[in-house]
Design a protein around this ligand. Structure first.
Ligand SMILES: [Fe+2]
Length: 359
């Protein structure tokens, strides 16, 4: 068939489909969908679009509350939102200043509403970073180092001979009984290009799961441990380590955010024992095929673009994320360049799932 014949046929078919004119499909969809709940307006294969829409609806159809916007204006701060439901750069703020309680509370509220927040050109010293972190709670030392001069800092240093390796979706330190509320990371050496961290909205990711999977996950827990770090310590210390830091803690795959009440998908695939997910009601391990199916589906979920924002660091940029609300992924795309990041983590509480709170 030549091109002329093909186009004639295509237009003939179009005429049969759209006899009412070009915009008739949109008009028809408007009429049909006007009274439908959001769940029925999205196609079944576009659940990630639905997840973000449901989360945005819950946020009052705006990136931040009017209250927060008014406070930002009062302080002279400017918001730059990176994605619809998460990720905001706060401009015109210097974290080296002695922050007032109102400013700390503003930052905390922005973190709760936006899940991950960013600051450029801060260049905090180690001690200043620790002080800033303490504004939000007590800090957790990281036993698997390397530390800074200040032991509450954990350094992540990559270069030509040790390329970036945090390129998997995760939330931090789920091997802890009380995993950290949030992490504050400053980049001291930024690669000239690349080296971004991606963040994914664990609330929207939960909302966009198929209904049957949401249902199945309600009672599923996993055992999390730090086996991947054990090789850093000599064998003869392993017993002592396990005595000092509990090895193997149970956490739900769905987590209720203790401050917002929202449900999040909560898992670190490197720490959870993937073949031994279990039903908390009976204590019984799920069949291996079911474990694999669940892991496969939730692993895919955070990768979907609709849930993701991407932040590129300059030297002295800071990312502050809520480990109860987002997962993150450090792109390992900057070889052979150097990237040095240092992090503090704020103490959190024991994860739980309470289905009676909002979905
Ligand atoms: Fe991390």
């Amino acid at each position: 068939m030549n091109n002329n014949e093909y186009n004639r046929n295509a237009m003939d078919l179009l005429g049969k489909l759209y006899s009412g004119g070009r915009s008739s499909e949109v008009d028809t969809a408007d009429n049909i969908n006007a009274d439908l709940p959001l769940e029925q307006r999205f196609r079944p294969y576009s659940l990630s679009g639905l997840g973000v829409a449901l989360e945005y609806q819950r946020m009052g159809m705006r990136p931040v509350s009017a209250d927060l916007e008014e406070k930002a204006a009062r302080f002279g701060y400017e918001f730059e939102h990176l994605a619809v439901t998460l990720g905001t750069v706060i401009h015109n703020i210097d974290l080296k200043d002695d922050l007032t309680d109102e400013q700390i509370s503003f930052i905390r509220q922005t973190l709760l509403e936006r899940k991950v927040i960013f600051f450029h050109d801060q260049n905090l010293s180690e001690d200043q970073q620790v002080e800033f972190g303490k504004g939000f709670g007590t800090l957790d030392a990281f036993p698997f180092g390397p530390p800074g001069e200040n032991p509450y800092l954990f350094y992540i240093h990559h270069n030509e001979n040790r390329p970036g390796s945090e390129n998997n979706w995760h939330t931090d330190v789920t091997w802890m009984e009380n995993p950290s509320l949030g992490s504050i990371a400053q980049v001291d050496v930024a690669p000239p290009i690349g080296g971004s961290t991606l963040f994914s909205d664990s609330h929207a990711a939960y909302l966009g799961l198929p209904a049957d999977l949401k249902e199945r996950l309600q009672h599923v827990h996993g055992i999390n441990d730090y086996r991947v770090f054990m090789r850093k310590y000599p064998e003869e210390l392993h017993d002592e380590i396990k005595q000092k830091v509990p090895f193997g803690v149970s956490h739900p795959l769905l987590r209720t955010h203790p401050e917002t009440g929202k449900t999040a998908l909560y898992v670190h695939l490197g720490f959870v024992r993937q073949d031994a997910l279990f039903d908390i009601r009976t204590g019984e391990t799920l069949p291996i095929e079911e474990c694999r199916d669940i892991i496969r589906q939730i692993n895919l979920q955070h990768m979907r673009e609709e849930y993701v924002c991407r932040f590129t660091y300059g030297t002295g940029s800071i990312a502050f994320w809520d480990n109860r609300a987002v997962q993150h992924y450090a792109a390992s795309d900057y070889w052979p360049h150097e990237r040095v990041l240092r992090r503090v983590t704020i103490s959190g509480d024991r994860p739980y799932y309470d289905p009676s709170q909002s979905p």
